[in-house]
Design a protein around this ligand. Structure first.
Ligand SMILES: [Zn+2]
Length: 334
């Protein structure tokens, strides 16, 4: 039988389980979180049951991370599994202290800097690959090979969406003749995803954007765009840019370009700042204006928002998207 320790009774006791909301102050802020609590069956006092204490610790930790825009514990724990690498070799690959990743796996709150690094390794498998290549000698041949195999499998299967994400971005780069900012590019991808889901019932890309301060951002595209050593996104005049998308999807892509392509990155950011999917994610992440947040924009929020837009503006074909672009721009000036 499982027993908890009751300090009132001064002995191990049988207990009931209650779910309770706790609040805790930490570095000048108050955090609320929910976890299970053991209650002594003899006297009704709170009793100590280590697994629940651990659960409460993790819940508190996550509450702090959410509000600070730090990487979640789920992400921290997912990485060694996804990339088939031990905690120590992973620490070395990331350039962290030998035991740092173990501590993070156990729920320790990462620094902002470590958090960004880990989130990026999660969002951007190609970045992880570059770190693994560089750190090859630090992890040993067999760890390196095992992780590389897992990574390749991941890139082939679950990561095939990224290919469409990158291809879509590349199409916009070419439509712009190479003259496009990273911020604008992100928003064009975002609108394409939103309108393709609402008008075609399928998403051109199936990657989740995050609610960064500047609006919706696809982290892996953001980083890949920077680190693309092969010049994948580079525009070359006269070069062909074939589309892997269907004719219907191409119409949406073209309409998004015609409708939104004339605006600057910051104008597009302002438009998305008025839209509910980004606003809802910012609220969930308790992010103040301009504050960084890695909160995901929910797919269902995007779906209902863009379906609403399609209805409100009586859109029947892709070219009607311009009606929303015009209105959203006017709105963003208010
Ligand atoms: Zn008791």
């Amino acid at each position: 039988m499982k027993l908890a320790y009751c300090s009132h009774c001064g002995m191990p006791v049988e207990f009931d389980t209650r779910r309770r909301t706790f609040t805790m102050d930490y570095e000048g802020r108050r955090y609320a979180y929910s976890a299970r609590q053991a209650v002594c069956k003899r006297c009704g006092s709170d009793a100590t049951y280590p697994p629940y204490q651990e659960e409460a610790g993790i819940a508190f930790n996550n509450a702090v991370r959410d509000s600070e825009g730090l990487v979640s514990l789920d992400v921290v724990r997912e990485i060694p599994k996804r990339y088939a690498i031990g905690k120590r070799p992973l620490s070395r690959v990331l350039g962290l202290g030998e035991h740092t990743y173990s501590q993070l796996m156990n729920g320790q709150t990462p620094s902002k800097e470590h958090s960004l690094l880990i989130q990026r390794v999660y969002d951007d498998p190609l970045y992880y690959r570059s770190l693994l290549e560089t750190g090859k000698d630090l992890v040993g041949q067999s760890s390196y090979e095992r992780s590389m195999r897992a990574l390749e499998a991941y890139l082939r299967n679950d990561y095939s969406n990224a290919y469409r994400l990158y291809e879509l971005a590349r199409i916009f780069v070419f439509k712009a003749g190479g003259d496009i900012t990273k911020t604008a590019l992100q928003k064009l991808v975002y609108y394409t995803q939103g309108f393709s889901a609402a008008m075609l019932g399928t998403r051109c890309v199936d990657t989740t954007p995050r609610a960064w301060a500047m609006g919706p951002v696809y982290g892996q595209l953001w980083f890949e765009y920077d680190s693309s050593v092969t010049g994948y996104f580079a525009y070359h005049e006269g070069e062909d840019c074939p589309s892997p998308f269907t004719a219907e999807e191409d119409e949406i892509i073209d309409a998004v370009w015609q409708s939104f392509g004339c605006y600057s990155g910051s104008a597009l950011s302002k438009m998305t700042h008025k839209e509910t999917p980004w606003l809802a994610a910012r609220r969930r992440g308790n992010a103040c204006e301009g504050e960084s947040s890695s909160e995901s924009i929910r797919q269902e929020d995007m779906d209902s928002f863009f379906k609403g837009v399609v209805e409100r503006y009586s859109m029947v074909d892709a070219t009607d998207i311009s009606r929303y672009a015009d209105a959203a721009f006017q709105e963003s000036l208010l």
